[in-house]
Design a protein around this ligand. Structure first.
Ligand code: G3H
Length: 496
């Protein structure tokens, strides 16, 4: 049970504490924020509503702790991360249970998220010791006009305090993908988890706490965005922000100071299916990509662009598979589970209704009970429908029939987003040429979209993000290069 066993110290009087200065604390606000279970639509947990003063304190503590941490040998930092990974994996059960109750993630996927996160931490520790253990040596006489009198040594130094803001759909995995690189690189971090997912994140932080990291190096602040959101992102003590989520990132990037930003905002993943594609493979991947975790992934397939000549066959195959998806509670490990909030369900419904009014063909009957929306394939979607462009983040998938590859590429590139895209074809030359033409951070050939494996670069163009993620890129993003130049006497200097 969540809150039991090793986790008992993180909760008191049914309210989860926040983490600061190496201990679990109650906020001086005396207020809490409720977390609504998406399935029951009743309050499931409560977390502290932290104050701005508490934010100031954790950042101050982080600054002090980071200085000593930066001098801690790299192998020791790696060792602690490996230990944290093991404790996290040992607790996949209770943490997975929180994910089921807070964000309605199907039970098996919830456990997988925790295990994947442990693997990510270990890989980061290993990658970190290699990347950070290397610097550069340059000599001056390779640049015109210089003698060989200067030796430049470069090393990699931490940025300071990293603010990590993960989204509700991966509150554990997308938290550790930020905090593990921050730690191995010698930074401190402040984690601001999403409200839905905060309790799973607090459990994850407790695994780090049990590992024995220095006090103040890590903190986890919960509360209302309206109270502490801007205060955190605009705080002068923050030296880097790594954010995954929605439009908020645009506002953050405008308000943040002169600090490195790593941002991922989502996408309108286009899946282009050509006439020569393996249609069974395409259909399976459309269903996997479009409906896993009920479409609540930034990398979910969000629009299918299929050549008219094979459209009937593809729609029939996808439809048959959609009808086999199980719908129900996450505890029963159903494929389609309730979406995260009622407002999210209302938004999805508004896109569906707009498409209906404008003449889209519904391959299934639209059905909703509370936050639970049955999977829906919408055929004959046209560009004047909102669902052709907007991101539902739910189990509804539009199909646009195209008469040329150029039309598919044009639709993909006309989107404000540019995260990932897919092409299904047996012609590798064509696939590469279309990939070159698609304005997205990644193109998958003959597969569903995915961020992982977690060491692959992951980035979005246009409004899909800033910078590149993936373990290696995240470590490199959370450091600065420092040069030390050794100046030697002029060449005429005599040794003897
Ligand atoms: O929701 C955004 C995530 O980065 C997607 O990750 O492809 O592993 O589901 P995923």
């Amino acid at each position: 049970m969540a809150g039991a066993g090793i986790f008992s110290e993180i909760i008191e009087e049914e309210v989860y504490k926040y983490y600061a200065e190496g201990e679990w604390r109650k906020s001086s606000s005396g207020k809490s924020v409720p977390i609504i279970n998406p399935t029951t639509r009743k309050p499931e947990y409560k977390v502290q509503a932290c104050t701005q003063e508490e934010v100031n304190k954790v950042i101050e503590g982080a600054k002090a702790a980071q200085k000593a941490w930066a001098r801690t040998p790299l192998w020791k930092r790696a060792e602690l991360l490996h230990r944290a990974a093991a404790i996290l994996k040992d607790n996949k059960g209770p943490i997975g249970e929180c994910l089921v109750k807070e964000i309605a993630k199907p039970a098996k996927d919830a456990v997988t998220e925790v295990v994947r996160s442990g693997d990510l931490i270990s890989y980061t520790a290993e990658e970190g010791v290699r990347i950070l253990g290397e610097g550069k040596f340059l000599v001056s006489d390779s640049f015109p006009g210089n003698e060989r009198t200067k030796y430049c040594l470069t090393s990699k130094i931490p940025l300071g305090v990293v603010l990590a803001i993960p989204p509700f759909n991966y509150p554990v995995n997308l938290a550790v993908s930020k905090i593990a690189p921050a730690l191995i690189a010698g930074n401190a971090f402040v984690l601001k988890p999403p409200t839905q997912g905060a309790v799973a994140a607090l459990h994850m932080v407790h695994c780090f706490h049990l590992t024995g990291f220095p006090k103040g190096l890590m903190s986890c602040i919960t509360g209302k965005g309206s109270e502490i959101g801007d205060f955190l992102t605009m705080h002068p003590g923050i030296n880097c922000i790594s954010f995954t989520g929605g439009d908020t990132a645009i506002a953050i990037s405008k308000k943040a100071g002169m600090i490195p930003l790593q941002m991922e905002l989502g996408g309108k993943y286009a899946c282009i299916i050509l006439e020569d594609a393996d249609l069974d493979l395409a259909a399976s991947n459309v269903v996997k990509g479009g409906f896993s975790y009920s479409g609540q992934r930034c990398t979910a397939v969000k629009v299918v662009l299929v050549m008219e000549t094979v459209a009937d066959a593809v729609v029939d195959k996808v439809k048959a598979k959609v009808e086999k998806l199980t719908v129900g509670p996450p505890e029963e490990d159903c494929d389609i589970t309730p979406v995260v909030t009622e407002s999210s369900a209302n938004f999805i419904e508004s896109l569906v209704m707009d498409a209906k009014e404008k003449g889209a063909t519904f391959c299934q009957e639209y059905r909703r009970e509370g936050n639970l929306i049955w999977p829906l394939l919408l055929d004959h979607v046209r560009p004047d429908m909102r669902i052709a462009w907007e991101e539902p983040f739910g189990p509804v998938l539009p199909v646009i029939r195209i008469s040329s590859v150029e039309e598919g590429i044009h639709h993909c590139n006309a989107s404000n987003f540019g995260l990932q895209g897919s092409i299904f074809t047996r012609d590798i030359n064509k696939a590469i040429m279309i990939s070159d033409a698609m304005e997205t951070g990644t193109v998958q050939i003959n597969s569903a979209p995915a961020r992982g494996p977690d060491h692959f670069p992951f980035q979005g163009l246009k409004e899909s993000g800033i910078g590149s993620q993936g373990i290696t890129n995240s470590i490199n993003m959370m450091i600065k290069v420092k040069s030390t130049v050794i100046n030697l006497p002029s060449p005429s200097y005599s040794l003897g």
